[in-house]
Design a protein around this ligand. Structure first.
Ligand SMILES: [Zn+2]
Length: 74
């Protein structure tokens, strides 16, 4: 199964209701999946098997990208 792709604007609109499902049987809200930030994308992985389920392109909105980066700092 190929990972879904969307940009950060669409993701933010749908975040509250967005559901992901995996071939291993896991199903849940995007927020319950593991989000991992790379340079310009946010990857959501299945908590059970680490399959990438969703790739969010952050660079569409540079301010959101930097806000997200800032929020990840300890
Ligand atoms: Zn899985």
């Amino acid at each position: 199964m190929a990972a879904k792709q969307m940009n950060i604007k669409d993701y933010n609109k749908q975040e509250a209701t967005l559901r992901l499902s995996c071939t291993c049987g896991w199903e849940g809200k995007a927020k319950e999946a593991y989000g991992e930030l790379y340079e310009a994308v946010l990857d959501f992985e299945c908590p059970k098997c680490d399959t990438t389920l969703l790739i969010v392109d952050l660079i569409v909105d540079a301010q959101k990208y930097f806000d997200h980066k800032a929020s990840k700092k300890p």
